[in-house]
Design a protein around this ligand. Structure first.
Ligand SMILES: [Zn+2]
Length: 388
């Protein structure tokens, strides 16, 4: 399901908005428009000012845009450092809890990881400092007060964003820096597990603080209050920490495993000109649901899976041929036998593919296939035979 849309490009990186972004966007407009200065230690928001609704909501709209623009700059800072280390950035997505730069191959190199992680908070801190100095200048010039308040609010938001992100709670930036520090003294997997555990403990503390006394509200208002955003954020953090830990463990298991070790070589191909009925019969005999499709000369033409056959009504399966429904072969769907098995998993996850071809030699001769099922079966065996 498509849950986000692309709204533009920055430094060649697609910028996407997740649908949950809309909620937070309107929440910010409303909050900024109505926040009373008396509710906060320093005047944040336009609540106490005599303004027409048009001016009030136009300024709040600008505040929300600026808010997300600075968030985008935070993610861009991570991305640009990562790009300098040769990492490809898929996209930057803005969603409910902030931004997320989707990177391909986050370096497992601690020296690179902490630099990528710290770039975002440093950017937010610099933006915060800049905006707060602009606020000071505007104040001495006694410029139109709502504008000064807007600049200060975004400045404070950036300082808080930097501070919050630097909490050592994985997978936030501070947690990534922590993992990089730990990884220089132990294995990457162990460092991830420890950082994820600390992240989960932080998530637990955030739940308790959210239901009792929120330090962030205290900093802003001087009063201890409940804040139901914190438990929500904590659930998100907890799940993200668990997910990252699981993914790291999976890739660590595949360390040293080659595509050749995971591939299947028997009953892996079907000719392109057989009918779908014949194909389904072959699947039942071979007890497999994915095939590489070859032409009369044995050249790889594409892939066919039970999933694509299921979409064709039974009555048409006698006349339709494999070549009519197969997924056309694309060179990114092939790997040499000596490639790391983790690369096969990465491509399957990235391109949502269930099958890859294994090729050898200059002619790219087909020597086997790797399916997602083969890989998960292999991982299952590795899990069962590898000491923790
Ligand atoms: Zn960040």
């Amino acid at each position: 399901m498509q849950t986000s849309i692309q709204v533009g490009k920055f430094f060649g990186i697609p910028i996407r908005l997740h649908f949950t972004f809309l909620f937070i966007f309107f929440a910010i407009i409303f909050t900024f428009a109505s926040w009373e200065p008396a509710q906060t230690r320093i005047p944040l928001g336009l609540g106490g000012l005599e303004l027409s609704p048009l001016v009030r909501y136009s300024l709040s709209f600008i505040a929300a845009i600026l808010f997300f623009f600075t968030l985008l700059l935070h993610e861009l800072a991570h991305s640009i450092v990562a790009m300098r280390f040769g990492t490809k950035i898929h996209s930057i997505t803005l969603f409910f809890f902030g931004g997320l730069a989707m990177m391909e191959d986050i370096p497992r190199n601690p020296a690179k990881e902490w630099r990528i992680a710290i770039a975002g908070p440093l950017m937010s801190l610099a933006l915060g400092g800049l905006l707060l100095s602009v606020y000071m200048a505007l104040r001495t010039l006694s410029i139109y007060r709502p504008i000064a308040i807007l600049v200060m609010t975004i400045g404070i938001f950036n300082v808080m964003l930097a501070a919050f992100n630097l909490l050592p709670a994985f997978p936030m930036d501070g947690g990534r820096i922590l993992r990089a520090l730990l990884a220089s003294r132990m294995s990457f997997l162990k460092a991830t597990r420890r950082a994820a555990l600390i992240g989960k403990i932080f998530a637990f503390i955030l739940v308790i603080l959210g239901f009792t006394r929120d330090p962030f509200s205290f900093i802003l208002t001087g009063r201890w209050e409940m804040n139901f955003w914190l438990p929500l954020l904590a659930i998100f953090l907890f799940m993200a920490a668990a997910e990252e830990e699981r993914a790291t463990a999976t890739f660590a298991l595949l360390d040293g495993v080659k595509v050749r070790n995971v591939m299947r070589t028997e009953g892996t191909t079907v000719p392109e000109n057989i009918t779908l009925t014949e194909l389904v019969n072959a699947m039942l005999v071979n007890k497999t649901t994915e095939y590489a499709v070859v032409d009369a000369n044995g050249n790889l033409r594409g892939f066919i899976t039970l999933e694509s056959v299921k979409k064709i009504p039974i009555l048409q399966r006698d006349v339709m041929r494999v070549s009519d429904v197969m997924i056309q072969y694309d060179p990114v769907d092939a790997l040499p036998g000596d490639a790391p098995a983790s690369e096969a998993l990465k491509r399957m996850l990235r391109d949502r593919k269930g099958i890859l071809a294994v090729i050898e030699g200059a002619g790219g001769e087909l020597i086997g296939i790797v399916t997602r099922k083969d890989l998960s079966f292999y991982l299952e065996m590795l899990r069962g035979s590898t000491p923790e």
